[in-house]
Ligand binder design. Sequence first.
Ligand code: ACO
Length: 172
Amino acid sequence: LKFVCVSNDGIDEHMDGCHFLLGLFLRLIGLKNIFGRQLPNMPKEYIVRLIMDRNHKSVMVIRRNLVVGGITYRPYVSQKFGEIAFCAITADEQVKGYGTRLMNHLKQHARDVDGLTHFLTYADNNAVGYFIKQGFTKEIHLEKKRWHGYLEAMLVTLFYAYVWNFSEKNVI
Ligand code: ACO
């Protein structure tokens, strides 16, 4: 099992070679397809736009060279929080622990590489149980001035936002 974090600006874990870049491109398409199937309410163009967007990063779980799932997020480095846009594991690999390992990897990466202290996300109703198990809460302890006006999904009310705070929990 391998975890790779990519952004349009480059690859955080340094690697080179065109074979690698081609592989990466195919994996991003694989991730896009998983999000497309697992998040049917999200328009496909929106998924592609955020995956390819310079401001977003994606952490992927790879098993036997195939993408099993991933998380696409936007780090707001100056505000020290990240917004999770998409999170999914492919249908036949769900509830095997990959989602938990993925989230732990994301937290570690976001803390060590991006310097974040919090995550915000708008969890779909059926994924609330998963986010709560990963330590997210409904109460936003983060001061409003740090996130207000920054979020991509401003249309969704904050009632659905879930927050994970690095300083309160150390589950990595
Ligand atoms: N509802 C309640 N609990 C859940 C759910 C769920 N939908 N999915 C997993 N869990 C629980 C598991 O039972 C497990 O509990 P346990 O530790 O007591 O056994 C725990 O959460 C972790 O399970 P994992 O196996 O690590 O999770 P998985 O690999 O299945 O990944 C995920 C979870 C990402 C939600 C996956 O099931 C999935 O892709 N679902 C469909 C897409 C989706 O809903 N994505 C989130 C949308 S919100 C967003 O993208 C911002």
